[in-house]
Design a protein around this ligand. Sequence first.
Ligand code: GAR
Length: 431
Amino acid sequence: MIRIAVLVSGEGSNLEALLDFEKRGGNPDGRIVLVIADRSCNALDRAAGHRVTALMLDRQALGKKEFERSLLAGLEQHRIDLVVLAGFLTILSEKVTERYRRRIINIHPSLIPSFCGKGYYGERVHQAALQRGVKVSGATVHLVDEVADGGPILSQQAIEVLDDDTPSSLGRRILEQVEWKLLPKTVASYCLYMERNMSLSQKLAECRYPGRGIVCGMNERGKAIIAYFITARSIHSKNRALVAEGDTVRTKAVDESLLVDPSLIIYRVMDRLGNDMVVANGDQSDTILDGLRRGLDMQQSLQSRTFEPDEPNYTPRISALFHLGTDPFYELSILRRSADGSIDRSFYTYSDVRLGEAHLIHTYERDGNPLVSFTGEPRMVHLQGDGQSIADQIWDALDKEYRVAVCVKEVDLTGNDAKLVIRQGADNGSY
Ligand code: GAR
């Protein structure tokens, strides 16, 4: 989910259009979590009306330097991924545009490169357009860089200028007929684009306590990647390490004397049967491998299994299978408890294995008591680097307090040349 901040200075009708569009489900990949105004203005009331956190940083009173410092602090604190300028009249310095490169979007009420840049805002834009006698004008949504209104254009839409137009009538029509639609639509497509291009590290960093997780996909070098990670909260669950023997990876207790009930924490994590690599967060790995031996697929094999009985969390059972060979595919699965207590067995098959693309699934959506099961479909992530680098990326992205172990299998699609990397242990990152 892309976290959006909208920056405003005035009426805030574009902000309202963005919030309404989001409410109607128009931007499933983004959420406006913060509004920042550089002066007191009506847009702040609109934010309050939608119950969105709003900050007023008085640009005049603070001075530009202090204003930008507070702005960056606010964006950081709310973990903002994308900044949308919707009628924002402060020109941002390189300090901000550099920090949020390709992550700031602006709407300008003319067809850039006409009538834009310093001094062109509000009605002045339309006055200049009428003075020049243009027959069409419109709005532009673009990325912001250090040149005012100068960054790459994302979308534009034109309307006709009428003979009797005044700056105010032209501005009104551009606002209502173009801006209110063009800005929300462009922001939604940009969020989808950003979401699809999120790296594994960025995606993992979104969730403080993912529980156990699986990554399946192909790196940019064309190698199959199957990764598993463990984060844990309780001492019981933290008391674990991964051990490998041949193709088999298992969990074991670090301190045997602390092991009370091994049933949910000691299991076969990863194994291989011919061209099938299997990974799971529990002993359903045995069920899948048994099924495969009997000619069943993963979905058929898991019909006998359910979520874990660890009330009140009912931890989902997550599993994956990567089928190597000439027609590679991978399938991720989650067996989770629905709100009504019934079992939801979901399977997601990716037969179009693409360079640098992978899917991530983990047991919990977020930290909490009880823990909330992972919702929706596996998240798509960008995958780059060899097994070692991917193990490092995962390890570094996981919370220092919770991370326990990571293992990454990197293998040729032919099934040859398999390498396993395990990273676990103390903060200093022992292997
Ligand atoms: C809009 O027309 C927007 O394009 C313009 O300010 C207006 C804000 O309206 N932005 C600029 O001129 C930026 N240079 P709103 O406050 O009702 O959204």
